[in-house]
Write a protein that binds this ligand. Sequence first.
Ligand SMILES: [Zn+2]
Length: 91
Amino acid sequence: MDHVANCPFCGSSDVGVQQLAFDSLVAKASSDRRYAAVCVSCGCRGPAVVLKNDPHQEPNATGGPTPDDPVKLRARYEAVEEAANFWNRRV
Ligand SMILES: [Zn+2]
């Protein structure tokens, strides 16, 4: 994923798609995850993409391998791509 456009507000190229940590409580309750493109420089954020029902996404508490299955990995990848596309469309 190297096609995220520069920030329209501060011009920084330091923009990446992140999982939104401040939604973590809601996400834990619903098994949803939210992704959005975020400018590291000024902190502005693009539209969020909600990834439904992904309970195995986080590394487990013991630090062992996460039992991600390919379908869920694919769904996460697509959510990240969509978040990048939302950002690029807005720029
Ligand atoms: Zn910015």
